[in-house]
Design a protein around this ligand. Structure first.
Ligand code: NAD
Ligand code: ZN
Length: 237
């Protein structure tokens, strides 16, 4: 008999949870655009130097993501939220696929690729159009350049979201770490915070990560396969 799920539950997801939906991970072979690495484009400096180039890259990524649908792992996490009274989903992804699968409260540490923010008046707006009619897009209120409302390399994370994620990591008794290489800070610290506070750690990843030696349980396989199986067993148990 599998053990019942100890609550509160927190889940941290990364690019791997969307891999089977067809969204390339940054470190995977399809992560490159032209010959640029994401670290060269997802920065404030790159945007200052060449906003159109950065927006072309985002246009390409929005096109890729817009053609993708949530997979069984996203759906399982939405079901967990609907079933478990004390559940927090934290994601590093910007693709919006958790919400598309039905997750309601998602702590998006790195923002969302479907949201834009004005570089002058800070107004944010959602825009799902692919392709965008004009690149780079401009603010309808003040005419300044819009930027993707995502966190770029070298920028700090939205503090309210990070605080809420930190609290969830501190409180939880079980943390699932799904499809993240556990390399990008500060997100990579969240499982360690959970661990230090006595939580059980479960890693869901087909590959070994720096976190693997610290986990209590490892589901080695693609998230869309192993996560629904894990949840199913606990539901029927
Ligand atoms: P990463 O690219 O560094 O690592 C992806 C991890 O997923 C790896 O450990 C890999 O082994 C694992 N993985 C691959 N296929 C998987 C599968 N089918 N099931 C489960 N795991 C699988 O991703 P990261 O740790 O999220 O960090 C990269 C950064 O890039 C994040 O900040 C994120 O915001 C951003 N990013 C986001 C998206 C997205 O929104 N979908 C895509 C690429 C990058
Ligand atoms: Zn504006």
């Amino acid at each position: 008999m599998p053990k019942p799920i100890p609550e509160p539950v927190a889940v941290l997801t990364g690019a791997g949870v969307s891999a089977e939906s067809g969204v390339p991970t940054f470190r995977g072979e399809n992560g490159l655009w032209r010959s640029f690495r994401p670290e060269q484009l997802a920065t404030p400096e790159a945007f200052r130097r060449d906003p159109a180039l950065v927006w072309e890259w985002y246009g390409w990524r929005r096109g890729l993501i817009g053609a993708c649908a949530p997979n069984a792992a996203h759906k399982t996490l939405a079901e967990m939220e609907a079933t478990l009274p004390d559940f927090t989903l934290i994601t590093q992804n910007v693709d919006g696929l958790h919400q598309a699968a039905g997750s309601r409260n998602v702590l998006e540490l790195h923002g969302n690729i479907w949201r834009m923010r004005c570089t002058r008046c800070e107004r944010t707006s959602e825009d799902h159009r692919v392709p965008l009619p004009k690149i780079p897009p401009r603010c309808s209120q003040c005419g300044a350049l819009l930027r993707p409302d995502v966190v770029w390399f070298g920028e700090s994370l939205p503090s309210q979201v990070l605080d809420a994620a930190w609290t969830a990591a501190t409180r939880c008794r079980l943390m699932l770490v799904v499809g993240t290489s556990a390399l990008v800070q500060p997100a990579a610290s969240l499982p360690l915070v959970a661990l230090q506070n006595g939580a059980r750690l479960v890693e869901v990843n087909p590959a070994e990560t720096p976190l693997s030696p610290h986990t209590h349980e490892i589901l080695r396989g693609p998230a869309a396969k192993v996560l629904p199986e894990w949840w199913e067993i606990r539901q029927s148990g």
